[in-house]
Design a binder for this molecule. Structure first.
Ligand SMILES: Nc1ncnc2c1ncn2[C@@H]1O[C@H](COP(=O)(O)OP(=O)(O)OP(=O)(O)O)[C@@H](O)[C@H]1O
Ligand SMILES: [Mg+2]
Length: 310
């Protein structure tokens, strides 16, 4: 079963924790507005998530290994690389979605504000409350626009209509969708265009005030205009959230991200490995996007970004 299919049920089954119960020493519930703007030089901001020798197996097959990187607050980090090199697999580790994938096993260390995300005391539902996810294919629930956005807050126990109204409006505004839907909040989310549906999914994700938003190819099902809207939106969201995006679109990575992680598949040791798709993904290079696209340090990165490989 893939994660995208199980997300709504997973959310429905979970109860929201009291704020700060996962990270008692860090205020993560109230997004700050102190981030660097696009025009400012990129400072080394605080690390939110740190992966150290992160590795994921499916059964006995190592899908990706040697992932060492830091996701910094109020930055957009892009994951790029050829198909099958483990980008989605790594992204799913970041909010423990791999817990829901049969046979997936995560090793190494992944911390969130210094806490081992896979530690025995950490509740995966709480993790997903703070680290939201938006998928490749827009997946609104078959409910009204209003109920899509109110879904998470209702699960969190918010019942007062006025409170829900305020959350729905601010989330839809935050996803740059409010003006387009404010007069039809009670109509089905499935009646929106693809680009609007994806912004609805972003509104649904931010309605529970996550700190980090993970996006797995959020624009791949969208036309260029809808894609541009989502990219603009990501720029706006950066001041409130930390974003990690998987993209196959190199221009998009260059346009939107502050840092880029380039993944690739290890050279296969045998033809059998290639035939059976048994190659392991590795993180080849991680750094500031501008530097990586102008002066990559690894030959494989250069070959990929210049279109000679992958
Ligand atoms: N649920 C699963 N069970 C078994 N193997 C899986 C599963 N999901 C992914 N894999 C394997 O793990 C490897 C990495 O897959 P992943 O989907 O993370 O790659 P990706 O870089 O996101 O690729 P794409 O760009 O095509 O989306 C691949 O070899 C894939 O076949
Ligand atoms: Mg993928």
């Amino acid at each position: 079963m893939i994660a995208a299919e199980v997300q709504p049920e997973m959310s429905a089954a979970s109860t929201f924790p009291p704020r700060r119960s996962l990270v008692p020493d860090v205020s993560i519930a109230t997004p700050t507005t102190t981030s660097t703007s696009a025009a400012e030089p990129l400072a080394d901001t605080r690390g939110v998530m740190v992966a150290t020798n992160l590795e994921v197996h499916y059964g006995d097959q190592c899908a990706v290994r040697d992932v060492n990187l830091t996701i910094r607050e109020h930055e957009i980090t892009a994951f790029i690389g050829p198909s099958g090199c483990g980008k989605s697999t790594v992204l799913r580790c970041f909010n423990r979605m791999n817990d829901l994938v049969d046979g997936a096993r995560v090793s190494g260390l992944l911390t969130y504000h210094g806490i081992d995300l896979y530690g025995p005391e950490v509740n995966a539902a709480q993790v997903r409350r703070r680290i939201g996810m938006v998928f490749q294919k827009p997946n609104p629930f078959p409910k009204s626009i209003y109920d899509n956005v109110a879904f998470g807050p209702r699960l969190a126990g918010i019942k007062k209509r006025a409170e829900l109204d305020a959350i729905v409006e601010s989330s839809l505004r935050g996803a740059a969708l409010w003006d387009e839907v404010k007069s039809r909040l009670q109509t089905s989310g499935l009646g929106l265009s693809g680009g609007q549906q994806q912004r609805l999914c972003i509104a649904r994700a931010i309605a529970v005030e996550p700190e980090v938003v993970l996006m797995d190819e959020p624009c791949s099902a969208l036309d260029p205009i809808a894609t541009a809207r989502i990219e603009d939106l990501m720029h706006e969201m950066k001041s409130r959230y930390t974003i990690v995006i998987v993209t196959h679109n190199m221009q998009q990575a260059a346009r939107v991200s502050d840092r880029t992680a380039f993944f690739s598949s290890e050279s296969a040791a045998s033809a059998e490995q290639v035939k059976n798709d048994r190659r392991t993904g590795v993180l080849v290079e991680f750094g500031r996007t501008q530097r990586m696209f102008s002066n990559p340090s690894d030959e494989r990165t250069e070959q990929y970004i210049t279109g000679r490989f992958g």
